[in-house]
Design a protein around this ligand. Structure first.
Ligand SMILES: Cc1cc2nc3c(=O)[nH]c(=O)nc-3n(C[C@H](O)[C@H](O)[C@H](O)COP(=O)(O)O)c2cc1C
Length: 185
């Protein structure tokens, strides 16, 4: 993870827009893979993602999931198998206040109409957003959630090699110990 953080720091320094995000891959209830881009946050405990419990991905994150990053600026890809642990409600209550207005309003709409549900059209969506009941003062709704990412297996692929042969390493966690292997790239 120190290596991940160092590579990510270099990507951020190079103003790589991909440094802010990851791809979260899950398997849905029909065994179909689902992947989507999420902001990958740094918090005191490590890496975290913020998602809404009304989305099917919330349930899908209760088991092992995959996280992937690719930073073109430093030519490094990471693939991880991770377990997730729910962030405490107090953390969500505090961090949710930092969200811009539109996502805050959407989080309250999800309490009535789950993320991913179909609406008639965009005008209908905007009208629903207007009408969705919100508390005063505005606080995080119950569905606003966050997960700490706990990697169990990490694979790093570094394309930036002078001889053109990519460097591929795998790190696995067993009984609290990490082991490292070099893989055929
Ligand atoms: C750059 C970028 C960042 C995103 N960040 C988040 C995020 O932090 N949390 C989130 O729930 N969705 C985020 N999304 C939207 C997701 O990719 C996705 O469309 C949404 O969560 C619905 O996914 P679902 O169908 O799995 O529920 C982001 C999308 C992009 C393109």
């Amino acid at each position: 993870m120190l290596r991940f953080q160092e590579d990510r720091r270099r990507a951020r320094e190079a103003e790589d827009p991909m440094a802010a995000v990851c791809v979260l891959a899950t398997v849905d209830e029909n065994s179909i893979p689902q992947a989507r881009t999420l902001v990958l946050r740094d918090i005191a405990e490590g890496l975290a993602i913020y998602i809404n419990a009304s989305s099917p991905k919330w349930q899908q994150c209760q088991d092992m999931v995959a996280i992937q990053t690719w930073w073109p600026s430093v030519q490094v890809q990471y693939r991880m198998h991770v377990r997730c642990q729910e962030l405490p409600a107090q953390h969500i209550a505090d961090s949710w206040q930092l969200r811009p207005a539109a996502p805050k309003n959407l989080d309250w709409l999800y309490e009535q109409n789950a993320q991913g549900n179909a609406v008639k059209d965009r005008n209908d969506l905007l009208a629903q957003l207007e009408r969705a009941p919100k508390p005063e003062p505005l606080v995080a709704p119950p569905g606003a959630r966050g997960l700490i990412i706990m990697p169990q297996k990490i694979e790093r692929l570094d394309l930036n090699q002078a001889n053109g042969v990519h460097d591929r390493c795998s790190y696995s966690l067993h009984a609290g110990e990490w082991t490292q292997e070099t893989l055929v790239p």
